[in-house]
Design a protein. Structure first.
Length: 604
């Protein structure tokens, strides 16, 4: 059996998208002209996907204990707005399911979409959190967050055949579109990006202690197969050799405790515990490339399984095929991109093109299965890098819907960090994209977030727990800094940059510095504010519950971020770039001088 290699990286390696040269502890900033520029290789010094080290976000305290660890590198992830709600306001034990979900005696029962979930009562939370999308580009909490709702558990009983279980029920409102959803129990994902179709009726029982899952209903085969695909993909990862990328592997195991663990692991049966492989970055990547290109993707266990799926209608078969190819492709691309420099060499490029030719273009509609979209997005970026083409050129021959999804996903993914090029990039994307709902999404981003858009602050809370309106500052320029307690990047940014800049501009009457905290409760905020580690006491210090008001309006879910507002009470810049003192000072001078940084497009 061919050996696979699982990546367990300890150095940051970028995916091949141009970045801003601004020093920032956030994810890379793609250039505005991505659609008309080739994709150069990035060095680790330029940043990129975090693969180890000290940049993992800290835990955000929450009222109900649900913590989201998302967020870009150098930022704390704030998590979904629903997960931050006060759990005391959510009914903990509903005796019976909502009458609106009952299909008993309903003349439209055959058309109603329903999802029932049962978990062992002793292990289940009173409330699960479900996030869903009717159209999916990316799970992006800032621009495309989906809709998050609570699933409130009710006790099962003898008559329903689920005594000893806690049951949850959901009936999507959509009547015609596929819906993509995720469900979590505390911090554990129970379903991660599954598809439910119009008319699906499914009952799922998960035994959390044994890991077994049972499916019942007219759509049981469809859901069971989605679950099987995810299980096979995880098994592929389990078979793989852990890969440690380091310039000095001997140093990693030099202390006695680590060396002892390594020696013990090396004595385990190879068939059950594939040995860790140490490789130097850029030197041993050729072995990764060889191992992947030597095996056609069609021989993946996930793809071979497609020949054995139970009979189901053509629509469900299409969704299953997309999910399977998405999982299989992602497994290979996660390693192939490490050796992508070799793919530019003539021999390897021919091998890559042969391997690439074995990946079919599946039939798709206005919506695309999320895992399939993610894999094709990564594949398009790799194609662009290998060929030296722009992203637009790389996807030119793709089906219209897939091309539109890839370009739209890139624009959403890069928007918050694409300073100076947001407007031109969006317009270029709009000129290319034909799919109506993706155009509508980009137009809504354009209207709400671009420089020049009206500022809608809503109401915040001051240190005396009283409502505070930012409208009182109309006619002045604002710098609004967003932070949460315990965020080391928030502390570092304030202490190294914002504090000095505030003191430099403190006497300016035309500029107001505002700090907005998103802690779960105001007492926690006030205690940490008093430490002096996050904001100056003479700033206008305010609080906003996460997922509400100003934070919801502008998609602030990772920290620190800044929102600059001109004296015309319009957006000047929304950014998560962590500027140096000199850069931020210059930016404020530019804003108060009305010389907008977005006035010159990088495409010109």
């Amino acid at each position: 059996m061919k050996k696979l290699i699982l990546i367990c990286l300890v150095v940051p390696i970028a995916i091949g998208i141009p970045t801003s040269t601004l020093p920032a502890q956030v994810a890379d900033s793609p250039g505005a002209d991505f659609l008309h520029r080739s994709m150069p290789q990035l060095s680790p010094e330029q940043g990129g996907t975090h693969r180890g080290g000290d940049a993992r976000p800290d835990t955000l305290p929450e009222k109900n204990g649900l913590v989201d660890h998302s967020g870009t590198q150098g930022q704390e992830g704030g998590g979904s707005s629903a997960s931050k709600g006060d759990s005391a306001n959510v009914a903990a034990n509903v005796e019976t399911p909502s009458e609106t979900l009952s299909i008993e005696g309903d003349s439209t029962a055959s058309k109603k979409t329903v999802f029932y979930l049962e978990l062992p009562a002793e292990l289940a939370a009173d409330t699960l959190w479900l996030t869903y999308w009717e159209q999916f580009l990316e799970d992006n909490k800032e621009l495309t967050p989906g809709t998050t709702i609570p699933l409130i558990g009710y006790r099962g009983d003898f008559f329903q055949g689920n005594m000893g279980y806690k049951a949850y029920a959901w009936s999507p409102d959509s009547t015609s579109k596929p819906i993509f959803f995720k469900i979590r129990n505390n911090r554990k994902w129970l379903f991660n990006t599954y598809t439910i179709l119009q008319g699906d009726q499914i009952r799922v029982r998960k035994e959390l202690s044994t890991g077994q899952t049972y499916f019942l209903g007219s759509s049981a085969d469809f859901f069971r197969t989605q679950d099987l695909i995810s299980s096979l993909a995880e098994t592929q990862k389990l078979k793989a050799h852990p890969l440690m990328i380091s310039n000095n592997p001997s140093r990693l195991i030099s202390d006695s405790a680590t060396n002892r663990s390594y020696q013990q692991a090396s004595k385990l049966p190879e068939a059950l515990y594939p040995a860790m492989v140490f490789e130097a970055p850029g030197l041993d990547d050729v072995s990764l490339v060889d191992s992947i290109l030597a095996i056609p993707l069609s021989e993946s266990d996930v793809i071979r399984m497609l020949a054995q799926i139970p009979p189901m209608d053509a629509e469900k078969q299409a969704w299953i095929a997309q999910r399977a190819w998405g999982e299989a492709l992602s497994l290979s691309l996660s390693r192939l991109t490490l050796g992508k420099e070799y793919l530019k060499e003539p021999d390897y490029r021919r091998q890559y093109e042969l391997w690439r030719s074995g990946i079919p273009v599946l039939p798709i509609g206005q919506s695309i299965e999320p895992l399939y979209l993610q894999a094709n997005y990564e594949l398009a970026l790799l194609d662009a890098f290998v060929s030296g083409k722009s992203l637009a050129q790389a996807v030119e021959s793709y089906p219209v819907s897939l091309k539109d999804h890839i370009v739209g996903r890139y624009l959403v993914n890069s928007f918050r960090r694409n300073e100076g090029g947001q407007a031109s990039s969006l317009q270029t994307g709009l000129d290319l994209i034909k799919t109506p709902w993706i155009r509508e999404k980009l137009l809504s981003i354009q209207a709400a977030f671009l420089p020049g858009a009206p500022f809608n602050p809503g109401s915040l809370t001051d240190l005396h727990d009283q409502p505070f309106q930012l409208q009182q500052f109309e006619g002045k320029s604002l710098l609004i800094s967003f932070w949460i307690s315990g965020c080391k990047f928030c502390m570092k940014y304030y202490q190294n940059t914002l504090k000095e800049v505030y003191e430099q501009f403190a006497d300016r009457e035309d500029l107001v510095f505002i700090s907005v905290n998103a802690d779960p409760n105001t007492d926690y905020w006030k205690n940490n504010l008093a430490s002096g580690n996050y904001a100056h006491p003479d700033m206008v210090n305010l609080h906003q519950d996460a997922g509400t008001g100003l934070l919801k309006e502008y998609g602030i879910s990772s920290f620190p971020q800044k929102l600059l507002i001109g004296d015309d009470f319009r957006i000047f810049l929304l950014t998560n770039t962590q500027y140096s003192t000199g850069q931020l000072s210059q930016l404020l001078e530019t804003m108060t001088g009305k010389d907008a940084p977005h006035s010159v497009s990088k495409l010109n």
